[in-house]
Design a protein around this ligand. Structure first.
Ligand code: NAD
Length: 257
């Protein structure tokens, strides 16, 4: 599968799932734009490392996606894109009546509104070229709910709705829009929680993963960032050109329960 000649923007891609997706797209030959809200030496070094590792052209562009204008400016600074992966996301856990308003606003802005802004900027170029792929990273929480995650669940359900609407607006024009819905994914952030969970529950690594962390994931196995990257590459393939306006769960059976 060759994505040579295609430019991909992956939002929130200096770590975790975004970086995993960016790596697989670069390995498939796409030119890649990495993004986060920071502008550190590490961010730019990461782009250089990914370029050296994959042979692809990789740039890092800073944009704080909690700000609509910055989300729009990201696509402009990249020079448009053929593949847009809206991945940036944050989480906060609290009862609705105690949920900080600023956290609610930030989660809706970063996890949902930023995808509206980047899509609005990317679509005209995709239409002109008659080819495009929009991949929104939602979550099992785009399809089901959990208590205390009101903003996250609302934003993730919202992005599934945005995905469907986007797909309908461009159907038949060579552009698809889909949402990937991961279950629990082994990212550095999740890995870092394991020692604490082991201590809290007095369990070994395997038991705490199986019995506590993956309690809702029937496979009792984490999804990996490589698997999510592979799913994104598949959605960019010719074989996936009639797959649009839908969700692909990568959740070990979570949403089948
Ligand atoms: P992560 O914290 O490693 O990555 C989040 C990325 O978003 C980082 O690169 C971060 O810098 C970026 N980001 C945060 N705020 C930003 C802002 N204001 N502007 C620009 N970038 C910003 O977490 P992750 O687990 O890799 O999550 C990536 C996506 O996958 C999120 O949308 C998350 O909701 C979703 N997801 C994760 C899991 C999981 O188990 N890890 C499961 C389902 C869905």
């Amino acid at each position: 599968m060759s994505l040579t000649g295609k430019r991909a923007i992956v939002t929130g891609s200096n770590s975790g799932i975004g970086l995993g997706i960016a790596r697989e797209l670069a390995k498939a030959g796409a030119e890649v734009v990495l993004n986060s809200f920071t502008d550190s030496e590490e961010d730019h070094a990461l782009a250089e490392e990914l370029a050296a590792e994959t042979g692809a052209s990789v740039r890092y562009i800073r944009a704080d996606l909690s700000q609509g204008e910055e989300a729009r400016a990201l696509v402009e600074a990249a020079g448009g894109c053929d593949i847009l992966v809206n991945n940036a996301g944050i989480q906060h856990v609290a009862k609705i009546e105690e949920f900080p308003v600023a956290k609610w606003d930030a989660i809706i802005a970063i996890n949902l509104s930023s995808a509206f802004h980047t899509s609005a900027m990317a679509l005209p170029g995709m239409k002109e070229r008659g080819w495009g792929r929009i991949i929104n990273v939602a979550s099992a929480h785009g399809l089901t709910a959990s208590p205390y995650k009101s903003a996250y669940v609302a934003a993730k359900h919202g992005i599934v709705g945005l995905t469907k609407t986007t797909a309908l607006e461009v159907a038949g024009q060579g552009i698809t829009a889909n949402a990937i819905c991961p279950g629990y994914v082994l990212t550095p952030l999740v890995e870092a929680q394991i020692p604490d969970q082991m201590k809290t529950h007095g369990m070994d690594r395997e038991t705490v993963i199986r019995e506590v962390m993956l309690e809702r994931q029937p496979s009792r196995q984490f999804a990996t960032v490589e698997e999510l990257g592979g799913t994104a590459v598949f959605l960019c393939s010719e074989a996936a050109k009639q797959i649009t306006g839908t969700t692909i769960s990568v959740d070990g059976g979570w949403t089948a329960l």
